[in-house]
Structure formats: structure tokens, C-alpha cells
Design a binder for this molecule. Structure first.
Ligand code: COA
Length: 246
């Protein structure tokens, strides 16, 4: 595992740390490669039952794409090839295990988009959120144009994406972008507690509920309810076969 993305596993909870604090954890190509490795590892490790995502350093969870790398790719063709081979966001979307984001300081651009791939978002009271891409002449491409309107009201998502204004942690809580705001000193502990609780939940129920919500959002209500019935029935069958007492 690279230094730029750290992976620690303790008591069924993996912690992925964006570890480039001198650049405010700006998301670079090296970070993308590290994320690919870390996400593959947590997907495949049977003892990992929940994941915390955090940023190292005092000032930022992540300030978005590494702007210094723009235009420095070898070529559009090879950049696209790497993207197809390493579809980090597609990989992340495919992972059934629950993720909890511990957010602090600046959470900008792909910082927000990475938080949106997480299922629960705990924010420190010092968080500043913004999606500056449009002002920089870019389309958010870490899933944000799709994940944001699925997480919060589409009109509010449009406003954040088009106006690029900064919002505070309290405002983020009000619009539903984060689930909880806590004092800065407590943010990691709160996220870890949530992840440990998920890791301790019976069987793979947390994974199933995540799957029901995530997949259901793209289905008709009828198909989504059928999926929910299947997930619930599979769960029941497993409990009966394992002789779980109710
Ligand atoms: N890409 C690459 N490096 C970045 C970066 C980014 N997106 N954002 C910050 N950095 C680097 C700075 O270049 C600086 O490096 P240096 O010390 O080698 O010069 C270091 O991180 C610290 O940043 P600095 O700007 O000095 O911190 P600050 O506290 O004064 O300002 C921000 C913080 C977040 C307001 C400011 O860094 C900023 O606006 N960054 C760009 C955010 C952005 O537009 N992201 C793109 C989203 S698509």
C-alpha cells in the first residue's frame, strides 16, 4: 500500500486515510492508484465489515482534484485507458460493505464526491464544503452530478453544483449533505463508533440494507420492493439455516 493512501484494519473496521496533508489531500493520480488498492483490499478482506474514510492533517479532508496535474497526463488516450482499467468510482460503487466518512476542514470538489460514495457522513463543525468545478471550467467527474442529487434534494444539488458557493457544516446538515455535525475533536471517534456498530451488526444485514437503498434508487418502486423482499427472504433463510434464535 502506498504512503499517500494508508489502510489500517482493526477489529473488523478498516480505516482509509488520504495522507497528503502538505497538499491538503488534493486528489492526485498517485492517490487514485492508492485508492484502487485500498478499496480492492477492503472489498476482498473477509474480516473487514465496515470502513472509515478520513483525511490526514489539520486543515482539510480533501481539497479536490490536484490542480497541478491538469494537462500533465501523458495523453488523453492513455489517461482514458488508465481510467477504464482503474474505474475507482465503479469499484467503490460495487462494494457492499458500509463506509463512514469522517470530514473536517475543507471538503471541496472530489472531496465531497468521495464523501458521497460513503454511506454515512460525520462532519466536524469546522467543515467548509464547496463544488468549485464549474468555476474552474470542469464537469465534476467523480460521480458528483449523479450522487449528489440522489443524496440531497435535486434542486439544492443543482444550486451547489452551478453556483459553487461554499457552505458550512451546519448548512450541510440542514440540506442533508451530512448526517451529523460534531465538535472537531470528536469527529474521528464518532465515525469510528458508527463503523464499529455497523461491523458488530448481525450477519450481512447492514450490507443488504445498503444494497436495497443504493440499487433501489435506480429501479421502479415495484422492482425495488421485489428486491427488498428477496433480500429480506435470503436473510431469513440464512438465519433459519444457522439456527438463530429470535
Ligand atoms: N491541487 C493541488 N495542490 C493544492 C490544491 C489542489 N486542489 N489545493 C491546495 N493545494 C496545495 C497548495 O498549492 C499549497 O501547496 P504549497 O504549500 O506547496 O504551495 C498547499 O496545498 C496548501 O494550500 P494553500 O492554498 O496554501 O492553503 P490555504 O489555507 O491558504 O487555502 C484553500 C486553502 C483550500 C482555500 C486553497 O488551497 C484552494 O483554494 N485550493 C484549491 C481548491 C480547488 O479549487 N480544488 C479543485 C476542486 S475541483
Amino acid at each position: 500500500m502506498s504512503d499517500i493512501i494508508q489502510l489500517d484494519i482493526k477489529q473488523n473496521v478498516a480505516t482509509i486515510t488520504l495522507n497528503r496533508p502538505d497538499k491538503l489531500n488534493a486528489y492526485s493520480m498517485a492517490m487514485r492508484d492508492g485508492m484502487w488498492q485500498a478499496l480492492s483490499a477492503v472489498r476482498d478482506a473477509p474480516d473487514v465489515r465496515a470502513v472509515v474514510l478520513r483525511g490526514a492533517g489539520e486543515k482539510a479532508f480533501c481539497v479536490g482534484a490536484d490542480l497541478s496535474e491538469f494537462g500533465s497526463n501523458p495523453s488523453q488516450v492513455s489517461a482514458r485507458q488508465v481510467r477504464f482499467e482503474r474505474d475507482v468510482w465503479g469499484l467503490w460503487k460495487s462494494i457492499r460493505k458500509p463506509f463512514v466518512a469522517a470530514l473536517h476542514g475543507f471538503v471541496l470538489g472530489s472531496g465531497i464526491e468521495m464523501a458521497l460514495w460513503c454511506d454515512l457522513r460525520v462532519a466536524a463543525d469546522d467543515c467548509v464544503f464547496a463544488l468549485p468545478e464549474v468555476q474552474l471550467g470542469m464537469v465534476p467527474a467523480a460521480g458528483g452530478t449523479q450522487t449528489l442529487p440522489r443524496a440531497i434534494r435535486p434542486g439544492v444539488a443543482m444550486d451547489l453544483l452551478l453556483r459553487c458557493e461554499r457552505i458550512t457544516a451546519r448548512e450541510a446538515l440542514r440540506v442533508g449533505l451530512v448526517h451529523r455535525v460534531v465538535p472537531r475533536a470528536r469527529v474521528l471517534a464518532e465515525a469510528e463508533t458508527a463503523a464499529r456498530r455497523l461491523a458488530a451488526s448481525p450477519g450481512d444485514v447492514a450490507c443488504r440494507v445498503k444494497e436495497a437503498l443504493r440499487r433501489g434508487a435506480d429501479m421502479s418502486l415495484r422492482d425495488a420492493l421485489a428486491m427488498e423482499r428477496r433480500l429480506a427472504a435470503d436473510c431469513l433463510e440464512r438465519d433459519i439455516s444457522q439456527n438463530v434464535n429470535f
